[in-house]
Design a binder for this molecule. Structure first.
Ligand SMILES: [Zn+2]
Length: 460
């Protein structure tokens, strides 16, 4: 069992080692020992200041879920109601569901989804026009509450029969924009040809995007589609009984996960809010209330839990979650495992494939370079380090607020070898030591003349 690999669904999506600037404004007032040390550095904006202490909690999320299950359409996600979730329902040719969803903070829209039935064939669709119906969802997220959505998504689905159950997804396109220049900087396009695979394309750049990677893989959800009890419903955790789940989930696990999710969303999400990731915390909190499907595994899977981000990105779906029961055996780990998985639903960062080679036997070093692992640690590990802070915030370790934390696990600077050695079947990879990188990197037959890139954190 390799505890550092909490999941690996997107391990193949190598995006290189970069410290990306978080698309957030730092605001909020912190509580708790670690957050207390960070709080003086969190600056607020006037509109949000009044709400800065109204942070989602486990209790407020439990109450929201109960209200939604009872048919409420406008619920507070935080105790004082600053963070809210609203939904509007409609009747369509293929059934009724919430066709508009909104998460707001202090009256400002953080994220909005519109789900519309259309009869014209959208682009990317391998399916013909009606009698098929299509549901096209458009989503936006404004992380820094400046009125410009730095995250924009379009999801297309086809409904082959005149039923709303199990619409098939045909394409997801997510674009991230630079909050300052407002130019596109990253775009994921996933197209589903309907044969159980997904074609993934990642483009990056500043304004004009270039293809960084492109590949096909198994479409986890589409291969094993459970019809959710209701589209964009709340609070149902259903066990998924078939492949690729390796063993049946034990009795009671659904209830346990269902009960724990608001704690991960409230405690972990509340921490995220206090760190200044207000939009992410709000979306994470709402995600913790959504429908889930649950699968189970045991033994040396290489992960503690897995979440399918493609299902999480789509609010009309249940979020697909898998748990390795060996990791779940320790009750003190359960909430942090769920929080880690929920973090994947709000940060686009995947676990970077180049880290895999360097991570062998060094959990702490891996965590300090991995954004999800670092943010997870800041919220659940009282001994979080400057390096974890730097990775989570996209800052340097000598920058506030990170400079007030414990020293990095290693003072060494690492190196990134940008050569993908196809001949030796070696991916581009990260080395914990720059010296080792310099020695190893140019060795591959295809890597002649390739230079290592030294870890950019100058404060080490
Ligand atoms: Zn993970």
């Amino acid at each position: 069992m390799d505890p550092r690999r909490l999941d690996d669904l997107a391990r193949s999506m190598a995006t290189g080692m970069r410290r990306r600037t978080a698309l957030i404004m730092l605001m909020g007032i912190a509580a708790g020992s670690l957050l207390g040390r960070l709080s003086p550095y969190l600056v607020g904006r006037a509109a949000a200041q009044a709400c800065s202490q109204d942070i989602p909690t486990a209790a407020s999320l439990q109450a929201a879920r109960t209200a939604l299950a009872g048919g409420a359409t406008d619920v507070a996600l935080s105790p004082g109601g600053c963070v809210r979730y609203r939904r509007w329902s409609t009747s369509t040719p293929v059934g009724a569901w919430a066709n508009r969803e909104l998460i707001s903070y202090g009256g400002q829209t953080i994220t909005e989804w519109n789900h519309n039935v259309v009869s014209a064939t959208p682009p990317h669709s391998p399916f013909p026009p009606p009698p098929f119906f299509f549901i096209v969802s458009t989503g936006t997220r404004d992380g820094n509450l400046d009125g410009f959505a730095e995250w924009q998504a379009t999801i297309q689905r086809v409904i082959p029969l005149s039923t709303i159950a199990g619409p098939l997804r045909t394409a997801i396109e997510i674009t991230e924009y630079d909050p300052n220049s407002r130019l596109p900087v990253r775009r994921w396009t996933k197209t589903y040809p309907g044969d159980g695979t997904v074609h993934v394309k990642l483009e990056e750049g500043a304004g004009s995007l270039q293809v960084i990677s492109e590949y096909d893989r198994l479409a986890v959800v589409e291969n094993n589609e459970p019809a959710p009890a209701t589209l964009n419903g709340h609070g149902v955790v259903a066990v998924q009984a078939t492949s690729p789940v390796s063993i049946p989930c034990p009795a009671g696990l659904e209830t346990e996960v269902r009960n724990l999710l608001p704690f991960a969303g409230g405690n972990g999400g509340g921490c995220l809010h206090s760190l200044g990731f207000i939009a992410e915390a709000a979306v994470l909190a709402q995600n913790s209330l959504r429908n889930f499907t649950l699968g189970c595994a045991k033994g040396s899977t290489g992960w503690q839990a897995q979440i399918d981000t493609a299902s999480a990105d789509d609010p009309l779906r249940a979020i697909e979650l898998k748990i390795n029961l060996d990791s779940w055996a320790d009750p003190s780990r359960r909430e942090t495992i769920l929080f880690h998985e929920l973090l994947h639903t709000v940060f686009a960062d995947e676990h970077a494939a180049p880290l895999e080679g360097s991570s062998k036997g060094d959990d702490a070093r891996w965590r300090e370079f991995d954004r999800i692992g670092s943010c997870n640690s800041l919220c659940y590990n009282p001994n979080a380090t400057k390096c974890e802070c730097a990775t989570c915030f996209g800052k340097k370790i000598c920058d506030a607020p990170c400079d007030s934390l414990k020293g990095c696990y290693s003072t060494q600077r690492g190196g990134f070898c940008p050569c993908k050695d196809e001949a030796r079947k070696l991916p581009e990879r990260w080395y914990a030591s720059f010296t080792e990188c310099v020695t190893e990197c140019p060795k591959g037959t295809k890597c002649f003349g390739v230079q290592c890139i030294q870890e950019e954190n100058a404060c080490k």
